[in-house]
Design a protein around this ligand. Structure first.
Ligand code: SF4
Ligand code: SF4
Length: 56
């Protein structure tokens, strides 16, 4: 299962820069993860200042 970004996201962009597969892009009001591209590495969860990326 891919990671998902919750509504806690403040659109800082830090996770997108650190994603090894460029699975994260800016969405409407928050950043979003493309489930088909995410490899479940967890880097975004470790980078996010508000804990928005969640494993599912
Ligand atoms: Fe990218 Fe890894 Fe986060 Fe998936 S878990 S979106 S591959 S940083
Ligand atoms: Fe949103 Fe966290 Fe990514 Fe920043 S690092 S864009 S707050 S999910």
């Amino acid at each position: 299962m891919a990671y998902q970004i919750s509504d806690e996201c403040i659109s800082c962009g830090a996770c997108a820069e650190g994603c090894p597969t460029s699975a994260i892009s800016e969405g409407d009001g928050k950043y979003v993860i493309d489930a088909d591209t995410c490899v479940d590495c967890g880097a975004c969860a470790g980078t996010c200042p508000v804990g928005a990326p969640q494993a599912n």
